[in-house]
Design a protein around this ligand. Structure first.
Ligand code: PEP
Length: 251
C-alpha cells in the first residue's frame, strides 16, 4: 500500500506574513488528518518561519529548487545542504516552470537529483509533456526521455526516497485538468517504465503524484485511480479551504 502524498507548491507567492497566515489556516483544517502525507513547499524566504510553525505537526517541508553543488561561487543559488538547516525533507526538482523559464534540461536535472539524494533529501521529480507534444502523440516518448535521462545512474535503492510527479504542462495553472483516464494511462505507463529499469518491486513502491489544476472538485476521482498516489498542487494550495479539501479527498 502506498501512502497518499499531497504537496503544495506555493511558487513565488506569499510574503512572510502571508505565509504565516496560510500555514496557520492549513494546520487548523488538517490537524486530524493522519492517513495522508502533507508537504508544504514555500519559497526560500519563508522556509525558516514555516519550518518553525509545522514542527511536531506531522506536516513536512519541501523547497522548490536548489543547486547541484554543495557550495561555491554560484551567486543567487541555494545549496541542497543549506536546505537541511531548515528541516527540509523534500525538494521539487525539474518543475516545468524551471525547465521552461530557466532552461533546465534533463542533464542538469539529473545532477540536481543526484545531489539532493546524496544529501538525504527526497526529490519530487517533475516530468510532463507540452500540449504540442501530446497532440503529436509524443507523450510517452517525451516522458520516457525525461525519466530515463533524469534518473540515469540513480539506483532508487529506497523507492520511498523519491516521488515522481506527472505534471502535463498544458494542465499547470490553466484550469484544465487531465481527465482521470488520461492521468491513469500515463501513471501506469510510468510505473511500467520504472519497473523495466528498477524492477517491479521498486516500481510498485514509488509514489507517483499527478499535478495540473488539481482542485477539491477533481481530486477524489484522480485518487481513485490505481496508479495515482497523490497530487502536487499549485494554485489551490494557496487557499487553506481548497488545499484542506484536497487533503481530505476521502471526504
Ligand atoms: C504546479 O505548480 O506544480 C501545479 C500543478 O500548479 P497548478 O495546480 O496551479 O496547476
Amino acid at each position: 500500500m502506498r501512502k497518499p502524498i499531497i504537496a503544495g507548491n506555493w511558487k513565488m507567492y506569499n510574503s512572510l506574513e502571508e505565509a504565516k497566515l496560510l500555514v496557520a489556516g492549513i494546520l487548523e483544517k488538517v490537524k486530524d488528518v493522519k492517513d495522508v502525507q502533507i508537504i508544504l513547499c514555500p519559497s526560500f524566504t519563508a522556509l525558516a518561519v514555516v519550518s518553525e510553525i509545522v514542527k511536531n505537526t506531522g506536516i513536512e517541508l519541501g523547497a522548490q529548487n536548489c543547486h547541484y553543488q554543495e557550495k561555491g561561487a554560484f551567486t543567487g543559488e541555494v545549496s541542497p545542504k543549506f536546505l537541511l538547516d531548515f528541516g527540509c525533507k523534500y525538494v521539487i526538482i525539474g518543475h516545468s516552470e524551471r525547465r521552461q523559464y530557466f532552461g533546465e534540461d534533463d542533464a542538469l536535472i539529473n545532477r540536481k537529483l543526484k545531489a539532493v539524494m546524496g544529501f538525504g533529501l527526497f526529490p519530487i521529480f517533475c516530468i510532463g509533456e507540452t500540449l504540442d507534444q501530446r497532440n503529436q502523440k509524443q507523450t510517452f516518448d517525451v516522458l520516457k526521455g525525461q525519466v530515463l535521462k533524469g534518473l540515469e545512474g540513480i539506483s532508487l535503492s529506497d523507492p520511498l526516497k523519491m516521488v515522481l510527479a506527472y505534471e502535463p504542462v498544458w494542465a499547470i495553472g490553466t484550469g484544465v485538468t487531465a481527465t482521470k483516464e488520461q492521468a491513469q494511462e500515463v501513471h501506469k505507463y510510468l510505473r511500467d517504465l520504472l519497473s523495466e529499469t528498477w524492477g517491479r518491486e521498486t516500481a510498485d513502491r514509488v509514489r507517483i503524484q499527478y499535478g495540473g489544476s488539481v482542485k477539491p472538485e477533481n481530486i477524489a476521482e484522480l485518487m481513485e485511480q490505481p496508479d495515482i498516489d497523490g497530487a502536487l498542487v499549485g494554485g489551490a494550495s494557496l487557499d487553506p479551504e481548497s488545499f484542506s479539501r484536497i487533503i481530505k479527498f476521502k471526504g
